[in-house]
Design a protein around this ligand. Structure first.
Ligand code: TXA
Ligand code: MG
Length: 328
C-alpha cells in the first residue's frame, strides 16, 4: 500500500511523532540550515538501507551522520584529531562535516563499507530536537531523489518523495541553501572533499593550510528537463550569456538567464530569473530556482558565473556538478 506523505508543522508534538517514527525504524525528512535531510537512525542498518532505496542512491556512496551535541561526536568516531577539535569548536553546529575513523556502532551500510564516517551537527533547532529525541545518531543525506537538486523547501521533498515516507517536518526555506563543506581530518593537512556552507578561507583561518580534492563530476548526476549551463566569470560575461541565449532562442527553444538582481538590465528584456542581491542569496536560491525552471519547462537555463572565492567557490562547485561541467 502506498504511504501518504504529510508535511507537518514543527510543533513539539509533531517533532516527538517524527522522533518516534525514527526510533521505530522509519524515515523522516526534516530541515537543516544547509538543505533538507532524509533521516533514519544511523545504528539501524535496515532503516539505513531504506534510505538508499528511497533516494535511489548507489550503495557505494556513504551517508553523513548527524548528532545533536559535540560530546556525541565521540560516540560515532574512534578518535578526534586535534585540528578536528578546533573545527568542531569553531564551526559546529554548522555547515561543516568532518570525516574521521568510524566507531563500531556505525554499521557498514552507512559508510559504504569504508572505515571512516562523516559527521556533522546541523545548526537548526528542529533538526537538533528531532535528533535528540531519536536517542541516536541520524543519517542526514539530502532529501532528494538521486537525480534531483537538493531540496531547500518541504515542498521540494514532497515532489521527490511523495508516497515513500510518512512525514516531512516543515522548517521553511533552508537558510544557506547549499550543502555542508566536507573535510577529511584523518590526514594532515586535512583535505576538503566538498566545498559548501563553510568556506575554505574560514577553515584555513582556523587550522592553517588545507588541501582541496577535486570533486568527481558525474555527468549524469542531475537530469532536469532543462539543460543547465553557466558562464565563466570574466569581464563581459554578459555578452557570452546573451549570445548563447540568442543562439538557443533562435532555434525556437526557450531559455532563462539566472542573474544577480543588479545585472537584470544587462540582458535587455530577455527572460531572467533573479538569484538575489549577492552570492549568499545566490546560494540560498539556486536549487529552488533550478527546480522552478524545470517545472516551467524551459529548455535551457543559463546561470551567471561567480568570482571563485568564499561562498563563490561553493556555488561554482554546484554549478559544475549540476550542469555536468557545461561552461560557456
Ligand atoms: O549539508 C549536508 O551535508 C546535507 C544535509 C542534509 O545534512 N547532506 C548531504 O548529504 O549533502 P548527501 O548524501 O547528499 O551528500 C553526502 C556526501 C556524499 O558526496 C558522500 O560521498 C560524502 O558526503 N560522504 C559521506 N560519508 C563520507 C565518508 N565517510 N567519507 C567521504 N565522503 C563521505
Ligand atoms: Mg545530495
Amino acid at each position: 500500500m502506498k504511504t501518504k506523505t504529510l508535511i507537518l508543522q514543527p510543533t513539539k508534538e509533531n517533532i516527538a511523532l517524527c522522533a518516534e517514527e525514527l526510533r521505530n525504524g522509519g524515515l523522516v525528512a526534516f530541515p537543516t540550515e544547509t538543505v533538507y535531510a532524509l533521516g533514519a537512525v544511523a545504528t539501524n542498518a535496515v532503516a539505513v538501507e531504506k534510505v538508499f532505496e528511497v533516494k535511489g542512491r548507489p550503495s557505494d556512496k556513504p551517508l553523513i551522520v548527524a548528532v545533536a551535541r559535540k560530546s556525541d561526536i565521540d560516540n560515532v568516531v574512534k578518535a578526534v584529531p586535534q585540528k578536528a577539535r578546533v573545527l568542531i569548536d569553531k564551526f559546529m553546529p554548522g555547515a561543516l562535516t568532518l570525516v574521521m575513523k568510524k566507531a563500531e556502532c556505525i554499521p557498514s551500510v552507512v559508510t559504504a563499507c569504508g572505515d571512516s564516517v562523516a559527521v556533522r551537527i546541523p545548526n537548526n533547532e528542529i533538526a537538533l530536537k528531532l535528533i535528540e529525541l531519536s536517542d541516536s545518531p541520524v543519517v542526514v543525506p539530502s532529501a532528494n531523489t538521486s537525480e534531483k537538486a537538493s531540496p531547500t523547501l518541504a515542498e521540494h521533498v514532497k515532489d521527490d518523495l511523495e508516497g515513500k515516507i510518512r512525514y516531512i517536518l516543515d522548517g521553511g526555506a533552508s537558510e544557506i541553501g547549499i550543502e555542508s563543506t566536507i573535510v577529511d581530518v584523518r590526514c594532515d593537512p586535512p583535505v576538503i572533499l566538498r566545498v559548501g556552507g563553510v568556506t575554505v578561507e574560514q577553515i584555513e583561518s582556523a587550522i592553517g593550510h588545507v588541501e582541496t580534492k577535486r570533486e568527481d563530476v558525474k555527468l549524469s548526476g542531475y537530469m532536469p528537463s532543462a539543460e543547465l549551463m553557466f558562464a565563466a566569470y570574466c569581464d563581459g560575461m554578459e555578452r557570452n550569456i546573451t549570445a548563447k541565449y540568442d543562439e538557443i532562442t533562435a532555434r525556437g527553444k526557450s531559455a532563462v538567464i539566472c542573474c544577480l538582481d543588479n545585472n537584470v538590465g544587462l540582458y535587455n528584456g530577455r527572460t531572467v530569473m533573479t538569484v538575489g542581491k549577492d552570492y549568499t542569496e545566490y546560494a540560498h536560491n539556486l536549487f529552488a530556482l533550478l527546480r522552478k525552471a524545470d517545472a516551467e519547462h524551459f529548455d535551457a537555463v543559463i546561470a551567471e558565473g561567480v568570482n571563485p572565492s568564499g561562498i563563490g567557490s561553493s556555488l561554482i562547485a554546484r554549478l559544475i556538478k549540476l550542469s555536468g561541467g557545461y561552461i560557456i
